[in-house]
Design a protein around this ligand. Structure first.
Ligand code: 6PG
Length: 234
């Protein structure tokens, strides 16, 4: 599927958060068997996680939570994506599994360990078309066109072999990220984009401009962009 996917423009970040939570919930309810949900970090999805945690009667016992990327900091650090997800989503709910990206050892060891765990959950070491690793992958978009921690200019952009990689440079702290093949192996990719500062990059990524890492994703499944009016320019 093309990265342009389908776009839904909503009034503001609050509406975007509610709609994102409802869309994720619908997919959870409809899925048969385990529901593998990969979450993103940053600020935009906080409200979505908050709402998702408050929706009633969701089948959390079949949901496995994964992370699309992590900052290489201890799990209680203010920059930790896992900490943000714990505080917003996981306070009062108990999914069938929560697979945080560990941040002990070295970034390379961590990436390797997370990849091994994903392979075990997937039940194979080769990603098969038509058999996606994730049911739903939530992603954000940075002003520089990054998504997850596919950061412009970093060697991870050329890694089409591993599922998880360390990104030692390019940000204040090292990052651990799913690579293109792992991100692309999802039944649905849901991008959440908010704010006027993202307007230009949103247009260019959806047009497939390869200068932006997010535009180089070749998703196997459906792509939905849930964006607010400020980001859409509408
Ligand atoms: C992270 C991310 C990252 C994020 C974008 C957009 O750990 O920072 O997962 O890829 O999604 O930076 O973040 P915002 O939506 O908060 O701008």
């Amino acid at each position: 599927m093309s990265i342009a996917g389908r776009i839904e423009v909503v009034k503001d970040l609050e509406t975007l958060s509610v709609q994102a939570a409802e869309l994720i919930a619908d997919h959870m309810r409809e899925s048969e068997g385990p529901f593998r949900l990969a979450l993103s970090g940053g600020n935009t999805p906080r409200g979505c996680y908050h709402h998702l945690a408050r929706l009633h009667q969701l089948p959390w016992d079949k949901v496995e939570v994964y992370l699309g990327d992590e900052r290489f900091v201890p799990p209680d650090h203010p920059h930790s994506n896992y900490r943000m997800i714990r505080e917003t989503l996981l306070k009062n709910i108990a999914p069938r599994g929560v697979f945080a990206i560990p941040t002990d050892g070295t970034p390379q060891q961590t990436a390797h360990a997370y990849e091994e765990m994903l392979r075990q959950q997937y039940g194979g070491s080769v990603l098969v078309a038509g058999q996606p690793l994730f049911n739903l992958q939530l992603l954000g978009l940075g002003e520089d066109g990054h998504t997850a921690s596919l950061i412009p200019g970093q060697p991870v952009l050329q890694d089409h072999t591993h599922w998880v990689a360390a990104v030692p440079e390019g940000r204040d702290e090292p990052r651990i990220t799913l690579t293109y093949p792992a991100l692309e192996s999802s039944r649905l990719i849901l991008f959440l984009v908010s704010g006027a500062a993202k307007r230009d990059v949103l247009t260019r990524v959806r047009a497939g401009d390869p200068a932006f890492p997010a535009a180089r994703l070749r998703p196997q499944g459906e792509v939905v962009w849930l964006v607010d009016r400020a980001a859409a320019g509408a």
